[in-house]
Ligand binder design. Sequence first.
Ligand code: NAP
Length: 279
Amino acid sequence: MTSPVDEGRRPVLPAILRGQKALVTGANSGIGKATAIGLGRAGADVVVNYVFGREAAEEVVKEIESFGVRAYAHEADVSQEDQVVGMFQHMVEEFGTIDVLVANAGLQRDAAIADMTLEQWNKVLEVNLTGQFLCAREATKEFVRRGVVPEVSRSAGKIICMSSVHQIIPWSGHANYAASKGGVLLLMQTLAQELAPKGIRVNAVAPGAIRTPINRSAWETPEAEADLLRLIPYRRVGDPADIADAVTVLASDLMDYVVGTTLYVDGGMTLFPGFATGG
Ligand code: NAP
């Protein structure tokens, strides 16, 4: 099946985040990597968080620096409170503050419910949900301390939660993952409600099927990809750049009045495509 979009024609965003400081968790791979690079290309200084892949993180740093902005890699497990607190403290020391948090780090530990171990359950909830809570809390403290700096941004700070279409689509064999993303939806909405009066914008981006290591088995053979495309009305698997561009625009003042929203970037996956031919 051919893609309706010519990737060669993807427009390059202007420097809509010039002078802002961003932290992207899980930024050495997939969506986080593309997002960190996209934010850097848009003019932000970027902290590239990772937990295991230091070399890959350093490559991302080099690519971001090639845009003439600052970047460094920071190892921290987002599910560990002391490491998250230390990561934000270090960022304030290095960059002075934070303007944009992209809470992206996430993983899967798939199993049918009868076989799912408590360890698999806890691991996914700790990284995908508790990790977002800890990072959002630390970013909020700095946003509130610093307040709005009008020459940098109209808001006191932006939090973008990386969710998934599975915040609303049930997913057999992935109860831990779907529960974590369902949790992200109400975490995001609650924080948005609580923090909007302080000038902080909290939103989510919910990717559909994006070509990254997390879901390699779903797209790496032609048969698997054909199966997957049946779930995507726009008939192409997404690229990390699709998410990076959505995050970059959402983080910018172009979206200053967008608060508490989930931006689905999914080629229509949430449109119940099974009903296109019946129902
Ligand atoms: P990926 O390529 O596997 O990247 C996951 C990233 O998370 C890696 O950088 C990994 O770092 C990091 N990470 C894992 N555990 C961590 C921890 N405890 N602390 C800090 N970082 C940690 O997957 P991806 O597809 O880009 O996924 C990124 C986000 O998008 C996830 O939240 C995922 O749920 C969401 N998403 C993806 C899709 C998709 O189709 N790909 C769809 C919907 C939602 P290391 O490499 O150092 O371990």
